[in-house]
Design a protein around this ligand. Structure first.
Ligand code: SAM
Ligand code: SF4
Length: 323
């Protein structure tokens, strides 16, 4: 559907849980009280919202969290969303800890693509960043290979941190060995990310261009949106940058977010949203749900204000929003 600023909104990120089995520094470094189960949308409720979204032309869905795979039955949900007529694709973002055990079920459910998060190739730094030894970089590399072997479109997401900057080339080299897009994500000033030092993506680009002098921008669309990509001879995948702060892409933003408690958030930067759970549990019809969704998406703000700390009203953690 088209929002008040003429943007075509086609993509919804759905957080299925705010719980996680890791404690990443920039996301959920310490235990936070988890939302109780009754407050979390049931899978049937999420499916009803997806069906309403499809009626409005929102036909691509990303399953995220917290860690989506800690919630039982995630593959079943993906299968059900895929079965809604009109759905174009359902993809997943995961930290990988439970991916090996669930990969077959996810593929059988029809998962279209997977993003796996890994910020460093160093075991000790990985443990420090994720606050856990639940998964090692070597295990993530094996998972990337397994996903490619299954024919899944596979991407690696690395949040750019001061201490991982020296590894930018090594991380990017994964796209040389495997047909995987390696994407560097600029730290966003949401939750704990707001108190951490941001690394300019251009610093990474300089290092990568020293390693691959023919690295050049490409207009290819690879997925749902905000990353801009670079290609080079010899790279099987692409190098992507998601730099929402330094290169604002709000004019072409195509997404909305659904939190695990049913808040439809039109922009990451602001705490405002529409409580779809209240509507669902109040007994709304499908038509009423669709109209509420239409109204919520229509008022999507023109742009984020991440460059002005005082204007950022979102107080939730990334793990509570879904990234
Ligand atoms: N647990 C899953 C994972 O880590 O992939 C899915 C949820 S996580 C919130 C989604 C993405 O958001 C991850 O790639 C994570 O690295 C990223 N992320 C979390 N906090 C961030 C922040 N403050 N700035 C930028 N990216 C962030
Ligand atoms: Fe968990 Fe993902 Fe947040 Fe890390 S980034 S704490 S894995 S939700």
């Amino acid at each position: 559907m088209i929002d008040q600023f003429g943007r075509s909104i086609r993509y919804m990120r759905i957080s299925v849980t705010d719980r996680c089995n890791l404690r990443c520094q920039y996301c959920m470094p310490t235990d936070v009280a988890a939302v109780c189960h009754e407050e979390v949308l049931r899978y049937e409720e999420i499916e009803r919202i997806c069906a309403a979204a499809v009626r409005l032309g929102i036909v691509r869905f990303k399953i995220t969290g917290g860690e989506p795979l800690v919630r039982k039955g995630c593959a079943g949900l993906i299968g059900h969303i895929k079965a809604i007529p009109g759905v174009e694709q359902v993809t997943l973002t995961t930290n990988g800890v439970l991916l090996g055990a669930q990969l077959d079920a996810l593929c059988e459910a029809g998962l279209d693509a997977v993003n796996i998060s890994l910020d460093t190739l160093d075991d000790e730094l990985c443990a420090r960043i994720t606050g856990s030894r639940a998964i090692t970089p070597a295990q993530i590399l094996a998972l990337l290979e397994a996903c490619c072997a299954k024919g899944l479109r596979t991407k690696l997401n690395a949040v750019l941190l001061e201490e991982t900057l020296p590894e930018a080339v090594s991380l990017a080299e994964i796209s040389q060995r495997l047909p995987v897009d390696v994407r560097f994500i600029e730290l966003m000033p949401v939750g704990f990310g707001s108190s951490m030092k941001r690394v300019a993506p251009d610093l990474v680009l300089e290092r990568l261009q020293a390693r691959w002098p023919d690295l050049h921008p490409t207009d290819e669309i690879r997925g749902n949106g905000p990353a801009h990509y670079f290609a080079a001879e010899g790279l099987q995948g692409r190098i992507g940058f998601i730099d929402a702060v330094s290169h604002k892409f709000c004019a072409s933003c195509n997404r909305v977010r659904l939190t695990s408690t049913g808040l439809l958030k039109p922009c990451l930067c602001f705490d405002s949203g529409t409580d779809l759970r209240a509507l669902l549990r109040g007994g709304c019809t499908d038509e009423q749900l669709t109209e509420a969704l239409r109204a919520a998406v229509y008022v999507k703000p023109r742009a984020h204000r991440f460059d002005e700390q005082a204007e950022i009203t979102e107080r939730r953690l990334m793990s509570q929003i879904g990234g």
